[in-house]
Design a protein around this ligand. Sequence first.
Ligand code: NIG
Ligand code: FE
Length: 388
Amino acid sequence: MATAITNISSLVTNDPSLGHGPLGIIDSAAVVIDGDRIAWVGTNSKAPATDSHLDAEGRAVLPGFVDSHSHLVFAGDRTAEFNARMEGRPYSAGGIRTTVAATRAASDAELDANVARYVAEALRQGTTTFETKSGYGLTVEDEERALRVAARHTDEVTFLGAHIVAPEYAEDPAGYVELVTGPMLEACAPHARWIDVFCERGAFDGDQARAILTAGAARGLTPRVHANQLGHGPGVQLAVELGAASADHCTHLTDADVDALASGETVATLLPGAEFSTRSQYPDARRLLDAGATVALSTDCNPGSSFTSSMAFCVALAVREMGMTPDEAVRAATFGGARALRRTDVGRVAVGARADLVLLDAPSHVHLAYRPGVPLTAAVWRAGARVL
Ligand code: NIG
Ligand code: FE
């Protein structure tokens, strides 16, 4: 059964051949959904007759957000750590251990319910595709379990056994790298599409990250890297060299890092929720865009450094704090995320694409940044099904 959404004031397609500007905006537009796909896109006056229809009443529609970086398989809470940080204590990777202990102690059902809760929360805010990672288990059994839980909620699952060195291996990091590249990878590879490493001081250095990502690639997992979040380091250039889909965070970049991202295929995924929640310097999106890099925006939703599931909040931060225009930020949060996940079926509104749409309670997508913190999501469709 086909459904038309008519009377759209401004439709973001992300396809410049369909409309004006890089967002391919069609003014006075309509979209037809048939099954789980977009069947027709164009101007309102030419919309075909359909079985059912919804009048957008002059409001804006954009593709569902593509959140390409989250850590949703966890238990527990780090309110006390956040409070301490807001009193002046700096963020470090060490807090991850608190969540590892809570996650190991949780039942499968608790973990499953937690992921379901945050996925539903994100969906209500317009996120129709998301990636999520393991990384709070850090034993063979707990990492595999996290990936099984994640795979019940999304097909974009990332093995992050190399989040930090497991507490049991604190005195033997090389032993932990052997575990991650050996039995843990063996158990986890069947449940994931991607492999990730937190390449940072206090987590894994460039050589360790290279060994882990290369082993993962040999087992059919495509690399993505937590890179250059807390300081300068080898992560970004390693990501580009290994053909990673994405280098995530990219907060502390040298000119050579920016050049590498601009000339390679690796997407620069920026996670402003992390800088907000750790009260840190934001990444310079303007510098990356001006150099020609592809930029994605994502929430990094996790209980430690960025406990937000709101892509709209990240868009607003990117515009206010990172030198992006509203158009660039909205594109990065939709099309950019799809690029970071190497997906062409989402992040755009075109015939044949998955019918993932957000109707805003606003006349234009610019309002996502112009009206920060305001719940503007009026309706959401995922794969053609109305979910809000
Ligand atoms: O992306 N950087 C590493 N991992 C997460 C933080 C996880 C945590 O603090 O629990 C991040 O910011
Ligand atoms: Fe992260």
